[in-house]
Design a protein around this ligand. Structure first.
Ligand SMILES: Nc1ncnc2c1ncn2[C@@H]1O[C@H](COP(=O)(O)OP(=O)(O)OP(=O)(O)O)[C@@H](O)[C@H]1O
Length: 529
């Protein structure tokens, strides 16, 4: 025997989730009237009308205050065998244990309603199916570990130990509530398992009350841990193990102490039992309204130990057992109310993987590589984004420049055409050098490049015409002032010298010519301002 401990160098990780929150599977099992009830002529008031609905069939006067029909995942008539309850109500949950998913099956109901009767069968069928699964999956190596405890008068006791000292509950950040020092036996074979279960039954607190000679006075939790790994990888150091626990919980009766005529020790038991069950009821009720707000798991040992099964990493099935007797109608209704709340509760089970250190390192390395590559692609994406923005900016600039070129070309052509008309009006022949777009120099340069083939009498160049002081008698090039202000030729306001031929102009003295030049420039300025 070895005491339950942490997984040592191994790391417990939660693998893939089963995907979503899943409701607790709730079934109701009606038992037949028992001998006592028959003797006192009790009548059966409940009937399962189909696979999911149970009704209250009595015509008692107060019945209208309560619902007459209740629906659950499954309801089982009083003549149903435990095998059917197992197959249709809990098997799918119990067998999740072999695939690394935690599961819990528990029975809830008043004393003598058939919880122990039901759970014994359920436990046996589940264990048998788990064994059968192991037989059929020889490619995996399974290790089963068994532990058992009871909560009696709010003290946790190890059912595999002869000691009656209560065990402490500890909070483990990874595994939740852990029972310190709880014995966990590695199961050798089927017979060994049966033996262990017998030990637990013998150890469990049994008392007699007026309703049940062999009433279970404690909450019993039998726990089987299933570990499995692929045989091909055993010893390779890079092992991944599926690990899960299945809990079989037989609760003590949910009845009120008064109803069992409890006194003395039995009354003390009853108050503790009910304190635990009261907390269980509160937890279920709170959880049924969603997981928001405080859920008082810590208010009892039972709810602390079952915390995962009630709202965490586990799949859970609850079988609510019911006496059909009219004398128990109040308790039966309480049980059905509990069951109605329980069916609204969801849990979120995960596949639990335990990795060896080597596997864990490998997994982490892979994760680091994945994150690095994500980072890299994020970086290059942001670089690409930057480049795109830059490119767009450049394209806009180019587009703007194209517009400017177009505008300037248009202005240049306008200027050329005006120049031509001016020159014509001066009587200069249309013999201007071609200004083509490709050789386009600056405007002044282009103008400077204009050649006048004809000699102008008196005024040799156009510049001479504007600035007679600079007249060079031999020059044949028109000198246009460089100042943009003087580029009046670009302007549509170019003056017309109508009525005056070049001969007349040539006869004017240089002062006149200067005046005319200034007048032309002045018009240009006027137009701009
Ligand atoms: N479905 C059933 N069919 C036949 N007999 C049943 C059925 N359920 C329970 N019984 C019988 O009823 C009696 C009480 O059942 P059981 O001890 O399982 O009740 P319990 O709910 O566990 O009570 P307690 O809370 O006091 O431990 C037993 O003798 C049991 O054999």
């Amino acid at each position: 025997m070895s005491a339950a401990s942490s997984t040592g160098g191994d790391d417990l990780t939660s693998g893939e989730t089963t995907g979503q929150d899943e409701r607790i599977l709730v079934s109701v099992r009606l038992r037949p009237l028992n001998e006592r009830e028959i003797v006192r002529n009790d009548v059966s008031d409940w009937e399962c009308i189909n696979n999911s609905t149970i009704i209250f069939k009595s015509n008692m006067p107060e019945r209208s205050m309560f619902p007459t029909a209740y629906s659950f995942d499954r309801v089982f008539r009083s003549d149903c065998l435990t095998k059917q309850v197992y197959e249709e109500g809990v098997k799918e949950i119990a067998l999740l244990a072999v695939s690394g998913v935690n599961s819990t099956i528990f029975a809830y109901g008043q004393t003598s309603s058939g919880k122990t009767y039901t759970m014994r069968g359920i436990t046996e069928y589940s264990l048998a199916d788990i064994y059968e699964y192991m037989e059929q999956h020889k490619e995996r190596e399974f290790v089963l570990k068994f532990s058992a405890m009871e909560i009696y008068n709010e003290a946790v006791r190890d059912l595999l130990s002869t000691s009656s000292s209560p065990l402490r509950l500890l909070d483990d950040p990874e595994r939740g509530t852990v029972v310190e020092g709880l014995i966990e036996d590695t199961v050798v074979d089927w017979n060994h398992l049966q033996e262990l279960i017998s030990i637990c039954e013998a150890q469990r607190q049994i008392g007699e009350n007026t309703l049940n000679e062999t009433s279970s006075r404690s909450h019993q939790i039998l726990r089987l841990t299933v570990e499995s790994s692929a045989r091909g990888y055993l010893g390779a150091g890079n092992l991944t193990t599926l690990t899960s626990t299945v809990n079989f919980v037989d609760l003590a009766g949910s009845e009120r102490a008064s109803q069992t005529l409890a006194v003395g020790t039995r009354l003390k038991e009853g108050s503790h039992i009910n304190r635990s069950l009261l907390t269980l009821g509160t937890v279920i009720r709170k959880l049924s309204k969603g997981r928001n707000g405080h859920v008082p798991y810590r208010d009892s040992k039972l709810t602390r130990i079952l915390q995962n099964s009630l709202g965490g990493n586990a799949r859970t099935a609850i079988i609510c057992t019911l006496s059909p007797a009219r004398s128990h109608v109040e308790q039966s209704r309480n049980t059905l109310l509990f069951a109605s709340c329980a069916k609204e509760v969801t849990t979120n089970a995960q596949v639990n993987l335990v990795m060896s250190d080597k596997t864990l390192v490998k997994k982490l390395q892979k994760e680091v590589a994945r994150l690095e590559s994500e980072l890299e692609s994020a970086r290059s994406k942001s670089f690409a984004d930057d480049s795109t923005a830059l490119l767009r900016d450049k394209e806009l600039q180019i587009e703007k420049m194209h517009q400017e070129i177009k505008e300037l070309t248009w202005q240049r052509d306008q200027a050329a055409s005006h120049l031509q008309s001016v020159l014509k009006s001066f009587g200069i022949k249309d013999q201007i050098s071609r200004m083509d777009d490709h050789s386009a120099p600056g405007f002044s340069e282009m103008i400077n490049a204009f050649r006048l083939d004809a000699d102008l009498p008196g005024i040799k160049t156009f510049k001479d015409f504007i600035d007679p002081g600079a007249v060079s008698p031999n020059k044949k090039i028109i000198q246009i002032p460089e100042s943009p202000e003087d580029n009046f030729l670009l302007d549509g306001s170019t003056p017309k010298f109508s009525g005056s031929g070049w001969e007349d102009i040539g006869k004017r003295n240089s002062e006149d010519a200067k005046d005319i030049g200034e007048e032309v420039r002045g018009m240009k300025r006027e137009k701009r301002s």
